[in-house]
Design a protein around this ligand. Structure first.
Ligand code: GDP
Ligand code: IMO
Ligand code: MG
Length: 426
C-alpha cells in the first residue's frame, strides 16, 4: 500500500517517532501535517538517541523527502535549532520541504500561552507552553502569519505590524509591556532567510509523489484523545491529530489515504491535566514509569500512568479511522503478576462502552477491568510473535478482540530493531 498514516491513539507519546522511523527505511516521503514543537518524537538507531520536535522522523534517510505541511504551526527559531543539532550530529544529507501555507509561531504566542495558563489557575490545561494554542487561535482569527509571507521581508513587516497592534493590546491587558516590532523583525528575518530555501507548495509536491506511486508516510503528532474535536476537551491540543484531518492538513484528497496505524502503548500515559479513567498511582505506576522512562521529551514532566483502556481505543478507532494497531512498549510490562485491560466504564452505577462528551462525566467514570495473567520473561530480543510468552500473546489477542482491530506491529524496545512485524501494511 503506498500511503500509511501513523497516528497516536491515546494521549500522545505512544512511540509514533519510533514507528515512523522504522517504516521510513522504505518510504519516499514522510509528512508531518499538524501540531508543532509541542511534539517530541524519540528515535533510537543502533543505540543512538534522537529527539525530534517539528522535523519528520524520515530525516535520517537521505533519500526520503520530509515535508512540514500546511496544517503545522512552525517556530522558525526552534526549527533551525533542531536542524543545527541534527547537522552537528552528522545528519547533513537530508531532504526538507516546508509548506508556504503553514503558520509561524512568534514570540507573542509563547508568552500568551504561559499567561493563559497562569490565569486559568486550577483549570490550567498543562500545555507545553510552546505557543501552539495562541498560534492556531490567530490562524482562526485571521491574524496569523504564514510561511509564504514570513519569507518575504516586506510582507512579513506589514503582517507583523498588523498582528502586533492586536497582540500588544492583549499583552497590555495582562500587564505585560508591549513587544518591539523591529526587534522581532530583525531577529526573525534572519531565520526567514535561512528557512526560505525549504519553503514551497507542498500540496503539489505530495500529489506529484502520489501520482508517481511513491510510498508516503503521514507521521501523526499528539494522539486522538488530545484532538480539538474528539479529545477530552478542553484538556486537549489545538489541532486534530486524527487521520481524518490528514488530507485537509496536507492538501490532498481523502481518497489517497490507504491505511491508518494507531500507535498504542501496552498501557496508557498522559502528560498535562484532564480526566484519565484508568490512571494508577503508587508503586505500580512507579514501576511502569521507571521501566518505560516515562518522562516528557519536551517538558521532562513525569508522565501520568494507567492501564490500557479499550473503551477509549475503540472510540479512537471510530472517530479517526484506525484500521491497524501497533502495540508499543510491551517489554515494560514484563515482571507484573497481572495486567488489567479496561473494557467498560461505570457511569453513575451504569456500565457504558463509550467515552462521555463532558469532562464532568468522564471524571466520574470508573474503569471496569478484565484481569489477565502477566509474564516474567525479558522479551526485548524476541523477533517473532510466536516467540512471545503465552500470556503476552493472550493479552494481545484479547486487546484485538476488545478494540476490533488487528495488531500489525509489536514493539519490545526503543530501538528500530526491537520491532516484531506481524503484518506487512506498508
Ligand atoms: P511519540 O511522541 O509518540 O513519538 O513518543 P515519544 O518518543 O514521546 O515517547 C515514546 C518513548 O518510548 C520514547 O522514549 C521511545 O524511545 C520509547 N519507546 C518506543 N517504543 C518502545 C518500546 O517498545 N519499548 C520501550 N521500552 N521503549 C520504547
Ligand atoms: P507527541 O507528538 C503528549 C499535550 C500537553 C497538554 C495538551 C495541550 O510527542 O505525542 P499544547 O502545548 O499542545 O497546547 O498542550 O496537549 N500534548 C502532548 N502530550 N505528547 C504530545 O505530542 C503532546 N502535544 C501536546 O501536554 O496536555
Ligand atoms: Mg512524544
Amino acid at each position: 500500500m503506498p500511503t500509511l498514516v501513523i497516528e497516536g491513539s491515546q494521549w500522545g507519546d505512544e512511540g509514533k517517532g519510533k514507528i515512523t522511523d522504522y517504516y521510513s527505511q522504505g518510504a519516499d516521503v514522510v509528512v508531518r501535517s499538524q501540531g508543532g514543537n509541542n511534539a517530541g518524537h524519540t528515535i533510537t538507531i543502533n543505540g543512538e538517541k534522537f529527539a525530534l520536535r517539528s522535523i519528520p522522523s524520515g530525516i535520517f534517510n537521505p533519500k526520503t523527502k520530509n515535508i512540514l505541511a500546511n496544517g503545522m504551526v512552525i517556530n522558525p527559531k526552534q526549527l533551525l535549532e533542531e536542524l543545527h543539532t541534527l547537522e552537528s550530529r552528522g545528519i547533513t544529507d537530508y531532504k526538507l520541504y516546508i509548506s508556504n501555507r503553514a503558520h509561524v509561531v512568534l514570540p507573542y504566542h509563547e508568552i500568551l500561552d504561559g499567561l493563559y495558563e497562569s490565569f486559568k489557575g486550577n483549570h490550567k490545561i498543562g500545555t507545553t507552553k510552546r505557543g501552539i494554542g495562541p498560534c492556531y487561535s490567530d490562524k482562526a482569527n485571521r491574524i496569523g502569519i504564514r510561511m509564504g509571507s514570513f519569507i518575504d521581508e516586506d510582507e512579513f513587516l506589514v503582517a507583523l505590524d498588523e498582528a502586533l497592534k492586536i497582540k500588544n493590546e492583549e499583552l497590555r491587558m495582562f500587564g505585560i509591556s508591549p513587544l518591539d516590532k523591529m526587534e522581532i523583525f530583525n531577529e526573525y528575518k534572519a531565520y526567514a532567510m535561512e528557512i526560505k530555501k525549504f519553503v514551497c507548495d507542498t500540496s503539489i509536491l505530495i500529489e506529484d509523489e502520489i501520482e508517481k506511486g511513491s510510498k508516503i508516510l503521514f507521521e501523526g503528532a499528539q494522539g486522538v484523545m488530545l484532538c480539538i474535536e474528539h479529545g477530552t476537551y478542553p484538556y486537549v491540543t489545538s489541532s486534530s491529530p486524527t487521520a481524518s484531518a490528514v488530507p485537509l492538513d496536507s492538501g490532498i484528497a481523502p481518497r489517497y489515504i490507504d491505511n491508518v496505524l494507531g500507535i498504542c502503548k501496552a498501557y496508557t500515559t498522559r502528560v498535562g491535566e484532564g480526566a484519565f479513567p484508568t490512571e494508577i498511582e503508587g508503586n505500580l505506576a512507579s514501576y511502569i514509569r521507571e521501566r518505560g522512562h516515562e518522562y516528557g521529551t519536551v517538558t521532562k514532566r513525569p508522565r501520568r500512568i494507567g492501564w490500557i483502556d479499550a473503551v477509549s481505543l475503540n472510540y479512537a478507532r471510530r472517530v479517526s479511522g484506525i484500521n491497524y494497531l501497533a502495540l508499543m512498549l510491551l517489554d515494560v510490562l514484563s515482571g507484573l503478576d497481572e495486567i488489567k485491560i479496561c473494557y467498560k466504564y461505570e457511569l453513575d452505577g451504569k456500565a457504558i462502552d463509550y467515552v462521555p462528551s463532558t469532562i464532568k462525566e468522564l471524571e466520574r467514570v470508573k474503569p471496569i477491568y478484565l484481569t489477565m495473567p502477566g509474564w516474567n520473561d525479558d522479551i526485548t530480543n524476541i523477533k517473532k510473535f510466536e516467540g512471545l510468552p503465552e500470556n503476552a500473546k493472550a493479552y494481545i489477542k484479547k486487546l484485538e478482540e476488545l478494540t476490533k482491530t488487528k495488531v500489525a506491529l509489536i514493539s519490545v524496545g526503543p530501538d528500530r530493531k526491537q520491532t516484531i512485524e506481524i503484518m506487512n501494511i506498508f
